[in-house]
Design a protein around this ligand. Structure first.
Ligand code: UDP
Length: 164
């Protein structure tokens, strides 16, 4: 109840976050810990193995770029952890936590960011986050279907389901 009243004054925003295959093995707990520390609510979470078709659709904005094929292969290399994160200014705050795309830049300009700490290189850069609200809604829909009605109910602590 209290949370509902507060959310009237501080409306929450949702973003789509992904722990990519390179980081899920080695850094899952640290990344989830950091998300909790920064007071995001994990509204939905699932571990999922992307098919080639799903990865191509997910990154369709980059179709035709020189790194597109590698990117699709990389995203299918192992399971991803896909999450809906809720917080005031969630889109911007999650992007700030991630840091710049290239970890070499991240280490210079945002040494505490997830990519500075966990990314291997510009391709295998540990996490994804939507860059604006439109993309966030589109990708939330892509992974979780139209569940906007359910987003008020936090599911924190729920074990991710492995979908294959
Ligand atoms: N990427 C890459 N080489 C590049 C740029 C991007 O391999 O030169 C990959 C990287 O994994 C990145 C993803 O493609 O996270 C999407 O690129 P975008 O420019 O959207 O970066 P992001 O929004 O993830 O920071």
């Amino acid at each position: 109840e209290a949370a509902r009243e507060l959310s009237f004054f501080f409306p929450k925003e949702q973003t789509l976050a992904v722990i990519k295959p390179d980081a899920l093995n080695e850094h899952k707990d640290e990344i989830l810990g950091k998300i909790q520390e920064e007071c995001f609510t994990i509204s939905q979470m699932k571990e999922t193995m992307l098919s080639k078709e799903m990865a191509e659709e997910f990154y369709k904005e980059h179709r035709g770029k020189p790194f597109f094929e590698q990117l699709v292969d990389f995203m299918c290399r192992g399971p991803c952890l896909v999450m809906i994160l809720s917080k005031e200014n969630a889109v911007e705050e999650w992007r700030a936590m991630m840091g710049p795309t290239d970890p070499r830049e991240a280490q210079q300009t945002a040494p505490n960011s997830l990519r500075a700490r966990f990314a291997k290189d510009i391709l295998q850069n540990s996490v994804h986050g939507s860059s604006n609200q439109k993309h966030a809604n589109e990708k939330i829909n892509f992974f979780f279907g139209d569940i906007t009605e359910e987003l008020d109910r936090p599911l924190q602590g729920k074990e991710p389901e492995l979908e294959r």
